[in-house]
Ligand binder design. Structure first.
Ligand SMILES: *Cc1c(COP(=O)(O)O)cnc(C)c1O
Length: 357
């Protein structure tokens, strides 16, 4: 079976499980779990922050960040497709009384600087107080350029706003960009975060830990975030067992994200070869991939269900959704590469697509 549904499906490796079993433990709500401390210090050091906080999920680290930066009635500028706006059940509004100001995306996944600038409300009692800009990187599998990250941070600073990175897949972005300019992924990641007030990272995606996310920021920011984590039910006890998996992931699984990116290229380039000569899919399936671990295939709506059934019958697991692309209704199928998808799995998936009739 090949499971392309998400990079969250990875199983902890044997070495990771050993690290979890051997971890010294305390009680992290009493703030004395040595392994949680080690993970937090390690991650903060890697990305140039004073402090970090370990939490159960990326949804929670984002929500904690939003609620720490914004008070009731404040506004956060987000992208229409950002996870923080679209995929977190409206948490910032429901639990934070924060008004989201969603903005449309450019084709490269960024939000135009002018659109951010124009969305900032004047200090006037008619308006919510614009407080925060959120940037997601990678977004929809696209790594956002370092220059763009810098420009947004400077805009925020100039306009007196806070800025947060939803970096669920930040290391995918860093590995992809470093691959292009021959740089070091860790230096690139640190560079990407420079000047941002906070960043949220997922350990349980491509990095391969079973559970867990990190929020990074200043010592005082993380101090406030700790209270919110408790309020939201994210205070965990012998969580050093989970933190040990995170330490193992940061030590051993960052550079290997390049393998996932290579597998995504193998899939997208393989499809680009197959499709033009395919008896059914020719001209009816478009491939979108952008340097990291996610590939999208948009197939005409009438072929969506038959193709998905064919993939499922051949043990190829994917996720899919309906989408309108320039007035055309398509089924968008998402293929995500990760630790448990091999080059062989990709080859097999290509054969399965090729055999579709
Ligand atoms: C996965 C993801 C998150 C966090 O998701 P959880 O499942 O709650 O850990 C946040 N932002 C982005 C962009 C994501 O892809």
């Amino acid at each position: 079976m090949s499971d392309f549904r998400s990079d969250t499906v990875t199983q902890p490796t044997a070495a990771m499980k050993r690290a979890m079993m051997d971890a010294p433990l305390g009680d992290d709500v009493f703030n004395d779990d040595p392994t949680v401390h080690r993970l937090q210090e390690m991650a903060a050091g890697m990305l140039g922050y004073e402090a970090a906080l370990f939490a159960p999920s990326g949804t929670q680290t984002n929500l904690i960040a939003l609620m720490t930066h914004c008070q009731r009635g404040d506004e956060a500028i987000v992208g229409q497709q950002w996870h923080t706006y679209r995929w977190e059940a409206g948490g910032m509004a429901v639990l934070g009384s924060i008004q989201p100001q969603p903005l449309e995306h450019q084709p490269d996944g960024t939000i135009a600087l002018a659109d951010i600038e124009n969305a900032i409300k004047p200090d006037d009692p008619h308006f919510a107080r614009t407080r925060l800009v959120v940037i997601e990187n990678t977004t929809g599998g696209k790594p956002l350029p370092l220059k763009y990250m810098r420009d947004v941070q400077q805009l925020a600073q100039r306009r007196g706003l806070r800025c947060h990175i939803d970096g669920a897949r930040l290391f995918n972005a860093a590995v992809a960009l470093a691959h292009e300019d021959g740089g070091d992924p860790l230096a690139t990641a640190k560079n990407m975060c420079h000047g941002y007030d906070s960043v949220s990272l997922c350990l349980s995606k491509g990095l391969g830990a079973p559970i867990g996310s990190l929020l990074l920021g200043s010592a005082s920011f993380i101090g406030q975030a700790r209270r919110l984590r408790k309020m939201l039910g994210g205070g965990m006890r012998q969580s050093g067992m989970l933190a040990a998996a995170g330490i193992h992931a940061l030590e051993h699984h960052v550079h290997r994200l390049a393998d996932d990116h290579a597998h995504a290229r193998l899939l997208s380039e393989g499809l680009a070869e197959i499709i033009p000569n395919h008896p059914v899919l020719s001209g009816r399936l478009a491939v979108h991939a952008d340097r990291t671990n996610i590939v999208f295939t948009d197939v005409d709506a009438d072929l969506g269900q038959p193709l998905l059934a064919h993939l499922a019958a051949n043990d190829v697991k994917v996720t899919a959704g309906d989408l309108r692309v320039q007035e055309r209704l398509v089924k968008r199928i998402r293929w995500v590469m990760h630790l448990d998808v091999s080059g062989k799995d990709v080859e097999k998936a290509l054969q399965v697509v090729n055999a579709f009739r």
